[in-house]
Design a binder for this molecule. Structure first.
Ligand SMILES: [Zn+2]
Length: 338
């Protein structure tokens, strides 16, 4: 190849890479900048103590003292697939949209939100309830870390994850007991399932929580997809691409990192405008996902369970501990829960 041709190829490649990086940055800023979702009064969001905030949150059908264990997610999904099909419906479907590290007192932002997936599910005839992480109800001291892997794992197996050795991140879960992603498919209640995330701790590292299940599914031909995107917009894209297929996954489990990421960077509190913005970005992405569900050509004959929940709250710049702020979570469904 001529030297001049090589130089031209190198220059074009550089321009494409630099252009892609700048374009990606500008696109991300336009789509996810904190100012996008600002509502009136957001710039002066009061720093209300958590104890006071949880007494006055809208939409919740129980009190925090009546919070359900987060393992209840497992029962809601299992019961959905076990229940007979309602009149006119021919297929069961379910999706969990997880907002990682989303404090329940973010609910006080919903009334001024331009798009709220949580409110939409309640308006569809559903319910929102307080739930809790940590193995036992607050104020009893938690026996399980309010961390990501134990939180999601407890929901996916219906038992507190520390009982099977998942006491923190970086501890691969044994294949048994299987998560709903595998068990629903193996028991024939779902034809296929999918796990969509961007966090690499779920199933993308050697010590990831579900690495053994991922290998088991591959080796035994279980129809479960484990797909990781680099960031939340990619996770949303993967979910919506699935939902656009005529024969979409029957059970989808997903986590969005907006709130956890921002909480660790700038503080878990709705008094922090960046955390507020992260919550609204999660709500916006979830709305796009719900709209993709209801836009399905076969939606009218499908019996959908749509859930939004979180694995833990947060306190200061972290979570894992025993505080009220870390322990209280929430479950929202498009169907009654209580
Ligand atoms: Zn988490």
């Amino acid at each position: 190849m001529k030297k001049s041709v090589k130089i031209i190829i190198a220059v074009v490649a550089c321009v494409l890479v630099i252009g892609g990086v700048i374009g990606g940055y500008v696109g991300y800023e336009l789509t996810y900048h904190p100012s996008k979702w600002l509502a009136e009064g957001d710039d002066a969001i009061a720093d209300i103590p958590f104890e006071e905030a949880v007494e006055n949150l809208p939409l919740l059908a129980n009190t925090w003292q009546e919070a359900l264990p987060q393992t209840e997610i497992y029962n809601l999904i299992q019961n959905h697939f076990d229940a007979p099909l309602p009149e006119g419906k021919t297929e069961k479907k379910a999706i969990v949209i997880g907002y990682d590290g989303c404090r329940v007192d973010n609910f006080r932002l919903i009334e001024t939100s331009k798009r709220s997936a949580i409110k939409t599910l309640v308006d569809m005839g559903g319910q929102a309830v307080f739930s809790y992480a940590g193995g036992v109800m607050y104020p009893e001291e938690n026996i399980q870390a309010t961390s990501t892997a134990p939180g999601w794992c407890s929901m996916l197996i219906g038992r507190w994850a520390n009982e099977i050795g998942v006491t923190n991140n970086g501890q691969p879960k044994p294949v048994e007991p299987k998560t709903l992603l595998l068990s629903l498919v193996e028991e024939g209640k779902a034809e296929k399932s999918a796990f969509y995330v961007s966090w690499d701790g779920h199933f993308s590292k050697k010590d990831a929580t579900y690495i053994n299940e991922k290998h088991y599914a591959r080796d035994n031909g279980v129809n479960t997809v484990f797909r990781r995107a680099l960031f939340d917009p990619g996770t949303k894209f993967n979910i919506i691409s699935d939902l656009k297929k005529t024969d979409c996954s029957d059970f989808i489990f997903s986590t969005l990192e907006f709130t956890d990421h921002e909480g660790h960077s700038t503080g878990f509190t709705p008094a922090n405008i960046k955390y507020v913005s992260a919550f609204r970005n999660a709500e916006d992405a979830a709305m796009d996902i719900i709209e993709a569900v209801t836009a399905r050509k076969t939606y009218d004959t499908e019996d959908w369970l749509i859930l939004i929940t979180t694995d833990h709250g947060g306190y200061g710049g972290g979570h894992g501990g025993p505080t009220f702020e870390e322990r209280m979570t929430f479950i929202v469904s498009n169907k009654p829960i209580l």
